[in-house]
Design a protein around this ligand. Structure first.
Ligand code: AMP
Ligand code: MN
Ligand code: MN
Ligand code: MN
Length: 282
């Protein structure tokens, strides 16, 4: 399989916290020269059928995707699933359970934000939600920018929504073992998303990769919109060390918020096995 293929295997639609509909994302991927595309909404697969049909109509390579929220060693880690049967009952039920806690979490976040002077944030965030089952911190961030309490969404996270900030509410997401097994049980490949984002110590990171691999995980995002060039090299080494395949994805959310557009990242470093060498695609 061509390591230089323009694969973009990580992005978000209005079914989670992206601002574009699935067919607009497919068109944008096609226009940007993407050859293999996956939509990876947070804890949600409701956008897949529309995305797949749009990709088919455009002659754009497509594989199914999702990004599952996981609690591991006191932090939130994201596990991307690729190339699975999106009707598999264990996967469908596991994702529904993972989404389930979001509504109460959002109300709790609003209560915390009210204490620092941001009133009615729940109602405000709902204005930005495209899928009532999937309210996320990003929707709060857009509302808080809109009411003038921050410059942009990154500024909102820095001031209010990142871990230990006033609007952050700790949450118990899926277990690593469960997320990996929902994906692999449905015939897919599990991928550690943007590992540099978690701020893990070397020991904790070693534990994450070891346990992920022991549970049947097979790949890691090496080239992502969240990594620096030095981190591409670092996680290329980690992929080799753990015998993992490598993935590539922009994590595109919005034309106005995302630094990296669909299909515009550099290729994977040489000598890695691309995850698309084993993916089921149409
Ligand atoms: P949630 O799943 O509700 O915890 O929201 C997580 C989402 O918030 C991520 O997928 C990103 O889209 C967004 N996010 C997290 N940190 C930041 C940040 N520093 N700046 C902008 N967006 C962020
Ligand atoms: Mn997101
Ligand atoms: Mn993520
Ligand atoms: Mn993402």
């Amino acid at each position: 399989m061509d390591i230089n293929l323009n694969a973009d295997l990580h992005c978000h639609s209005t079914a989670s916290d992206g601002t574009l509909a699935q067919d607009d994302l497919a068109q944008r991927a096609k226009d940007n020269g993407v050859a293999l595309w996956a939509l990876t909404d947070h804890d949600e697969i409701a956008g897949i059928d529309v995305a797949q049909q749009a990709a088919r109509d455009l002659g754009l390579g497509f594989t199914t995707g999702v990004e599952i929220s996981v609690s591991f060693a006191g932090v939130t880690v994201h596990i991307v699933g690729l190339g699975f049967d999106h009707r598999h009952p264990d996967l469908v039920a596991g994702l529904a359970a993972t989404r389930g806690g979001r509504a109460q979490r959002a109300r709790d976040m609003a209560a915390e934000l009210a204490k620092v002077g941001i009133k009615d944030a729940y109602e405000g965030a709902l204005q930005y939600v495209g899928n009532p089952d999937l309210i996320s911190r990003t929707h709060f961030a857009r509302h808080i920018v809109d009411v003038g309490m921050a410059r942009d969404t990154h500024d909102v996270f820095r001031k209010y929504l990142a871990d230990n900030k006033p609007g952050f509410v700790p949450h118990k997401w899926a277990a690593l073992r469960d997320a990996v097994s929902w994906i692999t049980g449905a015939g897919g490949v599990a991928v550690i998303a943007h590992p540099a984002r978690y701020g893990l110590s070397p020991t904790a990171e070693y534990a994450l990769f070891s346990e992920f691999k022991a549970h049947g995980g097979q790949a890691v995002e090496v080239v992502t919109g969240s990594h620096s060039e030095a981190e591409y090299i670092k996680y290329a080494d980690t992929a080799r060390e753990f015998g993992l395949m490598a993935s590539r994805g922009s994590d595109f959310h919005s034309p106005t918020e995302s630094r990296i557009d669909l299909g515009t990242l550099p290729p994977l470093p040489k000598g890695l096995t691309p995850v698309w060498s084993v993916l089921r695609t149409h």
